[in-house]
Design a protein around this ligand. Structure first.
Ligand code: ATP
Ligand code: MG
Length: 370
């Protein structure tokens, strides 16, 4: 897919912006704090209705303003789509071709993007919560039903935790209600676990071969799903359901004592291995960065596989961080098939040869000129 144009109103430091006729490769050049990331972020938000940098939507609205608007035309295989997203303290409104969508989940996925930004290193180095967020964002983008189960699960989890907090000393009288929450938690939890497993298996396949390419065949990258209960390889929903239920029964006393749910997809993790060694613990900085990069590039292929079209690639400040060999690998792999937006503080840091045909934009104080 291809973003033809974009307009922003009161989005971060953009009071008013209209950009037309984007190319296959678009370079956004500018000094620090001018609005380069904000522009990539706006494209990302239009795709996922959430920022990659913050969970607080009000930060996206320009200072002193009460609403923000992002709009773009996206060329897709079956024709163009006009996408509109309005942000305000009351919430978000999304339109496809002028038609307001009842649920945001019906809007998400109209535009698909893959962003690679410096903070993605945290997917490898950071806490399990960051890896779960990565999984949730990526799976949700290609499977709206995943988001439905995730939202339900999170709602039930809160209710169940509240109940557990009140249960101390009155286990018997609350058991009936707990059984109901268990049933619902497990029902949605199992769907989430299965979809995560399937996603990780597919991601593994692409990430392994891409990582091989980037490292000239010297590094073998493996991904491993670490569920909070049961066997990582178990696929069957009925078996998972049973295992989750048994785990909750085993944990009950402990859960009541601690007032929280101790097993389920909200406690899953994902680990990475290079040549059999855990990257988070033993990997060098460069290996960690390359692992994150391989994951992101794998996602591009995965999205293509799932939806039949390549997503748009957003590279924030990362190209200039890579050595020339890796830059070349990256650009050559995707130049002809994936529309790309690249930010950098200066054109000299980029492998200019490979970017001959790029559109170049200069970003300065919330304005963009060519
Ligand atoms: P760098 O090269 O340092 O990454 P950048 O060009 O990517 O810089 P951005 O992250 O896009 O910079 O931010 C540009 C400016 O936007 C910052 O000065 C920041 O203060 C400002 N900004 C952030 N949020 C808002 C907002 N809600 N309203 C107005 N301005 C904002
Ligand atoms: Mg930036």
């Amino acid at each position: 897919m291809f973003v033809k144009n974009i307009s922003l109103q009161q989005y971060r430091n953009y009071e008013q912006l209209r950009m037309d006729s984007f190319g296959d490769v678009n370079l956004l050049i500018g000094s620090n704090a001018q609005g380069k990331t904000n522009l990539l972020e706006a494209i990302f938000v239009l795709a996922l209705t959430k920022s990659h940098r913050t969970s607080k939507d009000r930060e996206l609205i320009a200072f002193e303003q009460t609403s923000a608007h992002i709009s773009a035309t996206v060329e897709k295989k079956y024709g163009p789509l006009t996408l509109d997203l309005m942000l305000s303290p009351q919430g978000k409104k999304a339109k496809i071709n002028g038609l307001e969508q009842r649920k945001l989940s019906e809007f998400i996925g109209s535009l698909n993007v893959v962003m690679f930004a410096p903070e993605d290193l945290e997917i490898v180095k950071g806490t399990p919560g960051i890896r779960r967020r990565f999984l949730d964002m990526e799976i949700g983008q290609v499977q709206p039903s995943y988001l439905f189960h995730l939202q339900q699960y999170q709602k039930i989890l809160i209710q169940r935790n509240n109940l557990l907090k009140q249960m101390w000393g009155k286990e018997a009288s609350s058991q009936g209600l707990l059984d109901i929450w268990n049933e619902q938690l497990v029902e949605h939890g199992v769907k989430i676990i299965r979809k995560r497993k399937q996603f990780i298996v597919k991601l593994q396949k692409w990430a392994e071969s891409i990582h091989h390419g980037i490292t000239n065949g010297t590094e073998d990258l493996q991904l491993r799903y670490v569920p909070s209960f049961g066997e990582a390889a178990e696929e069957d929903e009925a078996v998972l359901f049973e295992q989750f239920m048994i785990k909750l029964t085993q944990l009950k006393e402990q859960e009541v004592r601690r007032g929280m749910t101790l097993a389920g997809p909200h406690r899953d993790d994902l680990t990475f291995y290079i040549n059999g060694k855990e990257v988070q613990t033993y990997g060098s900085q460069g290996q960690q960065r390359t692992t994150a990069l391989s994951l992101k590039l794998a996602e591009i292929e995965l999205i293509q596989e799932e939806i039949g079209e390549y997503p748009v690639l957003l590279l924030d400040d990362v190209l200039s961080e890579l050595d020339p060999y890796r830059q070349t690998q990256l650009i050559e792999t995707f130049q002809s098939k994936v529309q790309t937006f690249i930010t950098a503080t200066g054109i000299e840091s980029l492998n200019a040869d490979k970017l001959k045909n790029a559109n170049i934009y200069h970003v300065h104080a919330g304005q963009v000129g060519s």
